[in-house]
Design a protein around this ligand. Structure first.
Ligand SMILES: C[S@@+](CC[C@H](N)C(=O)[O-])C[C@H]1O[C@@H](n2cnc3c(N)ncnc32)[C@H](O)[C@@H]1O
Length: 200
């Protein structure tokens, strides 16, 4: 890659990451954000690699934040019209709309995913959950995982986390868990997990 291209990529990465907005939202609601800074480029690439799906399917990303994983998905070759983002903070949803033209951005709660996608005709091929689920009580975690299953019953969902072990109590939620990747090059070090419902 030429030096000019590297400079342009670096500038684009800073615009999308918008660390200032991310940090302000963390100050306002640390549990909802779950992290002080956006995911690293390495973690984003790991997630994008494992979100591949069929050409007629859509990737749904929940808790898109400032869009660093969304950007990595597009950089991996996903067409913008095959990406749907859900973000609960309206200011972040606005940022995503501005930064990622052609991508459908929904300002809403991931727990209401079936209603948010109702009538959209979207065929879900991959679900990525960036919402920090680890600190939620079991019943709340179940609300999220039930919503994911309702829209993507066969694909399961990806979830990244800073936990050493599974961030979700898989068996209690009727899930099968598999760690797909780990990166020490994230602050803090992070893993990418895949969960699938065992009950069919
Ligand atoms: C750990 S940050 C991840 C941000 C981004 N995906 C990244 O990797 O840098 C979690 C994001 O989930 C969003 N979020 C939290 N609860 C949510 C919910 N119920 N529905 C949708 N988004 C939510 C937060 O606003 C925040 O942007």
């Amino acid at each position: 890659m030429s030096q000019q291209m590297q400079i342009e990529r670096g500038a684009a990465a800073k615009t999308i990451a918008n660390a200032g907005l991310f940090f302000r939202r963390w100050l306002a609601n640390p549990l909802q954000m779950g992290s002080i800074v956006p995911s690293s480029a390495t973690l984003c690439r790991h997630v994008a690699t494992h979100a591949a799906c069929a050409p007629d399917e859509t990737v749904v990303e929940l808790g898109a934040g400032t869009g660093v994983i969304s950007r990595a998905l597009l950089d991996s070759g996903l067409a913008p019209h095959r990406l749907v983002l859900v973000e609960i903070v309206p200011e972040m949803a606005e940022h995503l709309r501005r930064a990622l033209p052609g991508v459908r951005v929904i300002a809403g709660d991931a727990r209401a995913l079936p209603a948010l996608l109702a009538g959209s005709g979207v065929k879900v091929g991959a679900v990525i959950c960036g919402v920090p689920l680890v600190l939620l009580p079991l019943a709340e975690q179940r609300r999220f995982t039930d919503a994911f299953r309702a829209v993507g019953p066969r694909c399961g969902f990806l979830h990244y986390s800073y936990c050493i072990t599974s961030p979700l109590p898989a068996r209690r939620l009727g899930l099968e868990a598999r760690r797909l990747a780990w990166t020490p090059l994230n602050f803090p070090p992070a893993s990418v997990w895949h969960y699938r419902h065992t009950g069919g």
